[in-house]
Design a protein around this ligand. Structure first.
Ligand SMILES: [Zn+2]
Ligand SMILES: [Zn+2]
Length: 352
């Protein structure tokens, strides 16, 4: 099958990749329909392998060259002998965390922390291909009203719903989001569903204003023009945000998120940092602020799919480009940085 295959840093190829001939009992083969290109994919391309398996993964045995792509939807076209829940023709979104389902972390709802978790698109072959083989347990049926396009956004929306749960957000809270990219805009929606009184989006790209406002932000703060700390203090009676979400993964955005959080409030880290940096933890200690962290997701897929179906969460406003697989390297990954300021989610349309 045609696929985007990770060989090494700066070496991703669009090429023919051998498909699994036979399925394990618990696996299904999907005809991939739509797949989202994520900042993580770009990071792997330019700075990886970070999560991409450079040496064989203990459970899957897979390593580079490997098919990337961890945000995708598809249709079941073949089922292993032990598959019971899914049937041919089912439309599904794929949970990228293929964990052991048996260890302490898996049994306590922390699948992303499982020591032998394999990530689809990193340590098992992913969705930037015409077809993909994944465990049945990773597949979640899309409701009738949920398109394949929306199906490709279930993964980042699950990240956001998980983050809002990790931060312990309550109804009536005043929240800030640092970073108005896909995860930030998904977090905005999740906060609205959770009953936030106000959501303030802090972002450097003015082009993200219209997305934030369309999805219900109380205020969009352009951090290049306005000091976000001052702006949020003014909007919260001098206090600061009850909770702030760091959705970028840089030292500067971490400092902003920590500073806009009010005393005794919570800063939730969602962005992934590319490396070490210095940080003054007195920012937290001197005001008794808490830190929450959020990695991937646990059982949020059915919640997200249900909320996409009834309109509480929206995927379509986040989709800014759709390209065929044949152009996914030249017009997709290679253009990612150039398009970053204006683009939200770019989808690969496998039917095109
Ligand atoms: Zn992603
Ligand atoms: Zn486990």
């Amino acid at each position: 099958v045609k696929a985007l295959v990770y060989h090494a840093r700066n070496d991703i190829r669009l090429e023919d990749f051998p498909e699994a001939v036979s399925l394990a009992g618990d696996e299904v083969r999907l005809k991939v329909k739509r797949a989202g290109i994520c900042h993580t994919d770009y990071n792997e391309y330019r700075h990886g392998p970070l999560y991409v398996a450079a040496s064989p993964h203990p459970r899957t045995g897979r390593s580079v060259p490997i098919v990337i792509g961890h945000e995708f939807s598809g249709e079941v076209v073949e089922a292993g002998a032990a598959v019971r829940r899914l049937k041919l023709g089912d439309r599904v979104a794929v949970n990228a965390v293929d964990s052991c389902r048996n260890c302490f972390y898996c049994r306590s709802g922390h699948e992303a922390l499982c020591a032998s978790a394999a990530y689809v698109g990193f340590s098992r072959d992913g969705g930037f291909a015409q077809s993909a083989v994944v465990p049945e347990a990773c597949c979640h049926r899309l409701g009738d009203g949920v398109s394949f396009e929306a199906g490709a956004l279930v993964e980042p929306l699950a990240v956001a719903v998980h983050a809002v749960r990790q931060a312990g957000v309550g109804i009536g809270c005043r929240a800030a989001i640092v970073g108005g990219g896909t995860v930030g805009l998904c977090t905005l929606q999740a906060l609205r569903v959770a009953g936030a009184r106000d959501v303030f989006v802090v972002e450097k790209s003015e082009a993200k204003r219209k997305f934030s406002e369309a999805l219900g932000a109380s205020a969009f703060i352009n951090a290049d023009q306005t000091d976000p700390v001052e702006a949020i203090r003014e909007l919260t009676d001098g206090l600061g945000a009850d909770v702030a979400f760091e959705c970028v993964g840089t030292a500067g955005s971490m400092a902003t998120a920590a500073t806009v959080t009010r005393g005794a409030g919570t800063t939730c880290i969602v962005g992934v940092f590319p490396g070490d940096f210095e940080f003054d933890f007195n920012t937290f200690l001197s005001r008794e602020k808490s830190i929450a962290t959020s990695l991937a997701y646990s059982d949020e897929f059915p919640t997200v799919i249900k909320m996409l179906g009834d309109g509480r969460l929206k995927a379509e406003p986040l989709i800014t480009r759709m390209i065929p697989l044949a152009q996914s390297l030249d017009q997709g990954l290679k253009q990612y940085e150039t398009l970053a300021a204006t683009n939200v989610r770019m989808l690969i349309n496998m039917d095109a």
